[in-house]
Design a protein around this ligand. Structure first.
Ligand code: ZN
Length: 221
């Protein structure tokens, strides 16, 4: 066989191979099922209209209307950047709780919410003078880098006034994702759960809450 014939033969074999390869691709492709769209299972979502003070149940697929604000579906965490006000979703949660309390004749007011780091530092310095040591002071006021007030995720309610209304918030706040977190501070609340969740066991005080979190305890030194 001449060299040319061998080359032509190889060319034909290659050509036939390529044709079969393309045909096989064409046959496989239609056989592959297109990915089916499976919507995520809806989770409960609470929507609050601050004008009408109505709280409504929706779900995560439907969301809230433009007149409403969502209470969010998870515990509210700190952002990466220091805010300059109360966390907006936390504010909505409190407004919804406040409106529900009002219908029952309870008055809830934030007496201290967002604090700048400078204000928190001043309050801590005052507490150190009052209680005699940083450790004692930290049971009541945390240093500026640790306190959740400068993160906009802590509020003091009705302090030092109406305790009865605040007891209602302690017992019903979980519906709105708001929990009392310290045994020694009846007035201090944080958005540590999703609305409708269960509030965690309270820490004895702010200092003991840090001792259970290793990074927090280091920061205190
Ligand atoms: Zn507080």
């Amino acid at each position: 066989m001449s060299k040319e014939r061998i080359l032509i033969g190889l060319g034909i074999i290659g050509y036939i191979g390529a044709v079969f390869f393309v045909i096989s691709l064409a046959r496989v492709s239609p056989a592959q099922e297109p990915a089916k769209y499976v919507p995520a299972p809806p989770t409960k979502l609470l929507c609050f209209n601050s004008k009408t003070e109505e709280l409504r149940e929706s779900d995560s697929n439907l969301g809230c209307t433009t007149e409403e604000a969502s209470l969010g579906g998870a515990p509210i965490e700190h952002g990466d950047v220091r805010p300059n006000g109360l966390n907006p979703t936390f504010a909505i949660r409190f407004q919804a709780a406040q409106a529900a309390a009002k219908k029952l004749g309870y008055r809830l007011q934030i007496t201290s919410g967002f604090r700048s780091q400078n204000l928190q530092a001043r309050l801590f310095a005052d507490a150190v003078k009052k209680y005699g040591s940083e450790e004692e002071a930290s049971k009541w006021v945390l240093p500026r880098d640790i306190s959740h007030h400068p993160w906009g995720t802590a509020i003091d309610v009705n302090y030092p006034g109406d305790k009865v209304a605040v007891k209602w918030l302690e017992e019903n706040g979980s519906t709105f994702g708001i929990c009392r977190v310290y045994e020694n501070e009846w007035w201090h609340f944080e958005p540590v759960i999703a609305p409708g969740g269960t509030c965690p066991k309270m820490a004895a005080n702010a200092l003991s809450s840090l001792e259970s979190s290793p990074t927090g305890a280091e920061d205190l030194n």
